[in-house]
Each structure stands twice: as C-alpha cells, then as structure tokens.
Design a protein around this ligand. Structure first.
Ligand code: NAD
Ligand code: IMJ
Length: 255
C-alpha cells in the first residue's frame, strides 16, 4: 500500500537532480502523492521544469523573501488542490563571503539575509499555508544541520540560522498542534549538493564522517527521503516538534 495516496505535497528547494528536495519529491510521488514544486529565479526554473514534468508535478515561482510570492503560491495551491497535506522546506541561503573565515566578520545584512531565507521563511510559509493544512493531519518538514548545535568551521551564520530554524520548528509544532498540523525537521549529514559547492574543507567533513560515524559512511539524499516519508506519513502521526538526525549516527559520537 502506498503511504501517501492522493496526498497533496508542496516542495520548496529543488534546484537540480542532486537536491535533497528532489529525492524527497521523487519518493513522495512514487508513494502516490500529487506534487507541486517551486523555484526562485529563471536559472533554477530551467532545471526544475523538466524534473517536475517527470513527476507530473505542478510548478510555481516562490522566492521565500517575498510575502507576496508566498501568498500567491498558497492561492495557487488553494485553486488547484483546495488543501495541502505536506509542506517540505528545503531552502537555505547565506552570502558566500559569510561562509568563510570567522563569525566575527558576519555583517548585519548577511545575518538578516541568512536568517530571513533559512529560518523566517518556514514561519512565513506556514503562516500562509496553515488554513489549507488545518484539520487534515497535515505535516511540515524542514532540513537542518548539526551546525545548529555545534561549531563547524565556515558554517558561521548558517549555524545561527539553523538554530533559529530548529527553535521555530518547536514553536510552530506547539502553535499548530491544535490544527492537527505536525512540524518536524531532519538534521542531515553532509552531502555534496549545490549547497556544498565552493565550501572550503567540505571533503574533509565528508571523510571525518566516514572515519568517525557509527556507520562509517556518508548518507544519501535517498536516505533522507525515506526518513522524510516516515515523518510526513501516518507512520509518524504521534511525532511533532522533533529534530530527527539522518547522519549515520555521527551526532552521538564523543571523540
Ligand atoms: P540545494 O542547493 O539543492 O537546495 C537549496 C535550495 O534553496 C535551492 O533549491 C535554492 O533554489 C533554494 N533557495 C535559496 N534561496 C531561496 C529563496 N530566496 N527562495 C526560495 N528558494 C531558495 O542544496 P541541498 O543540500 O539540497 O539543501 C537543501 C536543504 O538541506 C537546506 O536547508 C540545507 O541547509 C539543508 N542541508 C543540507 C546539507 C548538505 O550537506 N547538503 C546537510 C544538512 C542540511
Ligand atoms: C556550508 C557552508 C560551510 C560549511 C558547511 C556547509 N558544512 C556543510 C554545509 C560543513 C555540511 C552544507 N549545509 C549544511 C548548508 O546548510 C549549506 C547552506 C548554504 C550553502 C551555500 C553555498 C553557496 C552560497 N550560499 C550558500 N548558502 C547556504 O553562495
């Protein structure tokens, strides 16, 4: 039996075939969900349209910095579907200069941009989407990283943004529980996606995980998607406000 038969799933954050959001979209489609993908900007649109077509997915623009684009997206979902069962937030951005050197070089604007796109956007999206999600056992899922809790070189303001994202997940879960909307996050191990391109020392991070994680390997986008399927399906009907690690066990290690 497919786990998401007839469910309406809105996925933000597909940039290319390596995106975590793409693995989630493919698996949710396989499990019977109707899909909608969003894009921010023309460069991404060119990549997303053919991917969406292969899933029969609807496509709509949404730059998460814009309240107008968010509300227009939800109007579109309302017209097409009348409801939303699943919202996947797989979006993050900081200016590249913020992701090197010291946290002390973080600028006021760089901080605002990173927190706006990577954390506030989850609140903004659910503020606009919750009327479509209420009272149908809907769920939202965001993507985080262990840098929210611990120091990782170069992650800098993104670590602060992920800490805010994880706290937002807990507050949103508490606020939306009365509408029977669950809100969770996956804290994923490092993966070579577009979000890792040009990051100093990324290969070192990958080999440290191989060396030290209990499973002695890195994780895949498909493994994140499988855990996302659990968290967004009825299998996790009692789970909300949770930050679930999919990291080959790396986070439990001491030395
Ligand atoms: P990705 O580059 O494929 O995905 C990031 C997405 O964010 C892209 O689709 C991009 O278009 C979108 N985005 C950026 N600014 C936006 C805006 N203003 N409006 C709308 N969309 C915007 O990389 P990914 O690795 O698949 O990242 C997805 C999520 O997973 C991010 O939240 C990231 O922090 C998180 N994550 C990634 C890793 C990793 O190692 N790759 C590990 C843990 C968590
Ligand atoms: C990103 C930067 C520094 C260290 C990093 C990462 N480590 C990991 C990532 C150790 C695993 C990837 N990650 C978890 C992210 O959340 C990445 C977010 C990101 C990446 C970029 C690169 C390109 C750019 N802006 C970005 N904004 C956010 O210009």
């Amino acid at each position: 039996m497919p786990l998401l038969e007839g469910k309406k799933a809105l996925v933000l954050g597909v940039a290319n075939e390596k995106s975590i959001a793409w693995a989630i979209a493919r698996l949710f489609h396989t499990e019977g969900a109707d899909m909608m993908l969003t894009f921010a900007g023309e460069a991404i649109e060119k990549r997303v349209r053919p991917l969406a077509e292969s899933l029969d997915a609807l496509v709509y623009p949404c730059n998460v910095t814009s309240d107008e684009e968010i509300s227009s997206l939800m109007l579109f979902a309302g017209e097409k579907w009348g409801c939303i069962d699943i919202l996947i937030h797989s979006v993050a951005f900081a200016e590249k200069d913020e992701l090197k050197g010291s946290i002390l070089s973080t600028t006021r604007n760089g901080f605002a941009t990173a927190l706006d796109i990577s954390a506030y956007s989850l609140i903004a999206l659910l503020k606009a989407a919750h009327p479509l999600m209420a009272d149908r056992d809907a769920s939202a899922l965001a993507m985080s990283y262990y840098g929210a809790e611990k120091f990782f070189p170069n992650y800098n303001v993104m670590g602060v943004a992920k800490a805010a994202l994880e706290a937002s997940v807990r507050y949103l879960a508490a606020g939306l529980g009365k509408e029977r909307i669950r809100v969770n996050a996956i804290s994923a191990g490092p993966i070579k996606t577009l979000a890792a391109v040009g990051v100093n020392g990324f290969n070192q991070i990958l080999s440290t995980v191989e060396e030290r994680a209990p499973l002695h390997r890195n994780i895949t986008q498909e493994e994140i998607a499988k855990s996302a399927l659990y968290l967004c399906s009825d299998l996790a009907s009692g789970v909300t406000g949770e930050i679930h690690f999919v990291d080959a066990g790396y986070n439990i290690t001491g030395i």
